[in-house]
Design a protein around this ligand. Structure first.
Ligand SMILES: [Zn+2]
Length: 295
């Protein structure tokens, strides 16, 4: 009788898009950066910040100093375009130039990783357009900073901002539990699809944004994940998963890599979007939990 094999922990990495974002209703941009760094440090997590370089030199944004702080704290920076365009609505040359502008703007920082995260995860609506960008990335020695778990963290952060603006009194424990519960459900949803299509749990990459909710709760989120048996890994490690080399032959790419692979295998799009990727659903939940004022 051999011993049971050790249980392989499910693994996930954190990435934060649109960095460095402007002032929120809870934190200024500079405060948010410090809060995020402290929270990540407290749970010993290293993340990647996907930078929208047009945000760096915005007035009062302290963008360059904040990016330097992320690097100093041991996190890496990657390319999330200069001006955050929809690829499907932009001509190819202009789109590629925008990515190159961002690469140039990032050169003054250290710890740059050669990954590109498509704004809105939009890789275009034609095979030709999709493949031109795939080639452009290869030509530059860059990889697609794909995600496996899409979330609407940005919408929950926007609702929090709305509540603060309307002076609505919020139970912060309820906000934290609602927020973390929502992210956990999204993760389980995409992991379940992964198990069905790959027969295993891949090294996941979750899409988050540099927003006030993450600055408030990312440490609690990491603790909640570990309690559920997850290991938090670096994105560098996550992108060693075999799915990094599985370039999906589909145009259904806006939900992340797992959904794209499932679609390639014949799954219907309606089965690949979690209910929590819906503004009305989340709004109803926030209302029910007293996190928004009654209308
Ligand atoms: Zn973005």
């Amino acid at each position: 009788m051999g011993e049971a094999p050790p249980l392989q922990k499910r693994q996930i990495a954190f990435t934060f898009d649109d960095t460095p974002r402007g002032n929120g209703a809870h934190f200024t941009g500079a405060e948010r950066t410090e809060a995020l760094i402290a929270a990540l440090e407290s749970v010993d997590v290293k993340a990647w910040f996907f930078v929208t370089t047009n945000n760096i030199d915005r007035e009062h944004n302290n963008g360059a100093a904040r990016l330097a702080r992320y690097v100093e704290a041991g996190h890496d920076l990657a390319n999330h375009s200069h001006s955050h365009k929809w690829y499907r609505k932009t001509n190819i040359d202009e789109y590629i130039a925008d990515m190159d502008t961002a690469s140039k703007a990032l050169k003054r920082f250290s710890s740059i990783v050669p990954y590109y995260r498509f704004p809105y995860l939009d890789q275009g609506r034609s095979i030709e357009k999709r493949d031109v960008m795939r080639q452009a990335l290869r030509d530059r020695g860059m990889s697609n900073g794909y995600v496996t778990v899409d979330t609407y963290d940005w919408y929950m952060a926007a609702m929090y901002k709305e509540s603060l603006r309307k002076n609505h009194k919020i139970d912060m424990d309820m906000l934290r539990d609602t927020y973390i519960g929502s992210l956990m459900q999204s993760i389980e949803f995409y992991d379940e699809i992964s198990q069905k299509i790959l027969g295993r749990s891949p090294k996941h990459v979750i899409l988050l944004h540099e927003n006030d909710l993450n600055a408030l709760f990312i440490d609690d989120f990491a603790i909640a994940l570990r309690k559920e048996g997850w290991e938090i890994i670096s994105p560098n490690e996550a992108y060693t998963d075999p799915i990094a080399h599985h370039i999906p032959n589909t145009l259904y790419l806006g939900q992340g890599r797992i959904s794209a692979i499932a679609h390639e295998k014949g799954w219907k799009p309606s089965d690949l979007v979690h209910e929590r990727e819906d503004e009305n659903f989340l709004r109803a939940e926030f209302l029910k939990n007293g996190l928004l004022p009654e209308e």
